[in-house]
Design a protein around this ligand. Structure first.
Ligand SMILES: Nc1ncnc2c1ncn2[C@@H]1O[C@H](COP(=O)(O)OP(=O)(O)OP(=O)(O)O)[C@@H](O)[C@H]1O
Ligand SMILES: [Mg+2]
Length: 226
């Protein structure tokens, strides 16, 4: 499985948020390959560049130099529309800050990616209920995001990321601020997706998450440690 071509690939990417004269790279140069069905964990201190790296991998941000490949295609300069289509069909992302749509109930947040595919609202609700029940929070279906606990929020974000059965799941600190029992639910749910063939790319400080992964990369000052 690991000799299969990469699902995601970064080639010598760099990213800085401030003008060259004013600051250093937030990330890079970094090269990285994610192969199908593998579990990669990225660790590193706060500010090391984990979120920056995951955003580039997810095509949610663009590098200042270098190239990004998604499922074999160079997406470095792809249009937003094309990127959104690939992401919707093949990628799931759990954001560190969730980015829920505050005025929509949980089931609509979870199933919103199914709207462009023309899935009826009734079956969207059913599919959301299925995923939420796998994560043991079916009771949150009709709540607004603001009425969720921290652990529920993490699981709703995960439910939204996997509802389309993605080939790659990217999750930014998916077990931060949850108790150990909830952390275990999330971890074993991640495992179940790897068993279904999904590649996982997770940033985490959680020891159990690091131990479950096939490969670990450590970011330090925007660079991957050798
Ligand atoms: N939008 C932005 N504008 C300016 N600087 C930014 C921006 N986003 C991130 N940075 C800087 O880039 C660096 C990497 O940030 P990033 O969010 O990738 O780190 P992180 O490893 O995810 O940190 P954390 O563990 O706190 O989430 C940091 O120095 C951060 O301050
Ligand atoms: Mg971060």
């Amino acid at each position: 499985m690991s000799s299969a071509p990469p699902v995601l690939r970064l080639v010598e990417v760099t990213r800085r948020y401030t003008p060259a004269a004013a600051g250093s790279f937030a990330l890079g140069p970094v090269s990285l390959e994610i192969r199908p069905g593998t579990w990669t964990v990225v660790t590193g201190r706060s500010g090391a560049g984990k979120t920056t790296l995951l955003y580039l991998l997810a095509g949610l941000d663009r590098p200042d130099s270098g190239s990004v490949f998604m499922f074999g295609n160079d997406i470095t300069h792809a249009s937003e529309g094309a990127l959104a289509m690939i992401r919707r069909a093949r990628l799931g992302v759990v954001h560190q800050e969730f980015h829920f749509i505050d005025h929509l109930p949980v089931w609509q947040n979870v199933s919103c990616r199914l709207v462009p595919a023309g899935v009826s609202s009734r079956s969207r609700r059913e599919r959301a209920a299925d995923v939420l029940s796998e994560l043991l929070i079916q009771g949150t279906l009709d709540r607004l995001p603001r009425a969720l606990s921290g652990g529920e929020r993490q699981r709703v974000a995960l439910a939204r990321a996997v509802i389309g059965a993605p080939e790659v799941l990217i999750a930014d600190e998916p077990t931060s601020n949850v108790d150990s029992e909830t952390g275990e639910v999330i971890l074993s749910y991640m495992k179940s997706w790897q068993e279904r063939g999904t590649a996982l790319v997770i940033s985490s400080h959680d020891r159990a998450m690091v131990e479950a992964a096939d490969r670990q990369h450590v970011l330090s000052g925007g660079r991957l440690e050798p």
